[in-house]
Write a new protein. Sequence first.
Length: 385
Amino acid sequence: MLALAGCITPVDYGKIRHADYVADPRCSAQPGAIVDGEALPLFFVTSRLPDCRTADIRLLAYRGDRLRYGRAAAPRPTEIAGKTKLRAPIAFQDEGDWWKSLQAETDRRQGRVLLYVHGYRETFETTTKDAAQIARMTGFDGPVVEYSWPSQGEVLGYAVDETNMYHDVNNFRDFLRGLADKPWVKEIVVVSHSLGARLVIPAIASADRLSRRADRTGNIATIILASPDIDRETFERDIGGELLAADRVALGRRITVYASLKDKALAISRAVHGYPRLGSPYCFDPFAAADLKAKGLPERCYPAAVPGLTVVDTTEVSQGSTGHSNFLRSAVACRDFIDAIAGKESRPERVATHLAHVFRLVPDPADPKPDHDLACSRTPGDEDE
């Protein structure tokens, strides 16, 4: 991974009018159109610009003119111009019909919905691949919804991704509020990765403040921030009075943060932003690091304890070339993630630290060389990230 501050890939409008991408009627789903939910089991909401000029609709890295709703399946290798590329089968759906389909699937299960929000350097295909993996790996007992904002899918696209993420705050906030207000949604499990945390946190705070639910049961209960690329000190300052306010914690809200000192992407983000990220236990304060060392403790720093907050340090079980996706790459981290989705708060591989809210994940001595692909329900040969 290259230094993002030193060389940034520029983005431009492109050589095609954006209106031409969406001129085909398939980009504007009609009410009542039939969508095969068995073939397209994943739900998606996207602010990406679609390209409906060819037989296979694609979702691009540009900002769209509005939110679009649809169904998708895990991407599959497709031969295009002599090259094999991932393509996710999709079908757009009228917004009203989409909500009805989501309700039917939610009612058929346990009233639970899992919402996945991706981070930096993602395409619609890679996001859909991860959403499908999460569904397989966790066996989640309800519909899985992916929210896809216009990340560039490029290593050097970080600045553009950050800009597009902030541009999308209102879109995601309104969508999440709409989902949280549905009386048939009993529980929302929110999973964000990397930069996605900066969409998720303010949107949940907004949903809490503006909820129209008469019972105010706090149906956004389980929040998982995987490798969150958000300022750790800002999170620490604001979280207790917002997402983990006492009344919300009393109703069962929990936040689990997965962090790793081996996360190269967050190390670069720290260099770019000047301050440590929530997903990395780097000690920004050298005096704090020295104090920990003097006590014989690892030089790792975490957000302060708040009721309802758990930090899981995956440093010792990190996998992949960047260590930025351990919850989808490391067998031990994947098993812990599966339990966190199910509401379980302990595993044998979770080891207590000197901080009551922080746990280390350690290798399982009974399985020193685990099959990471099998444990994480990955397709062997998938590229590590």
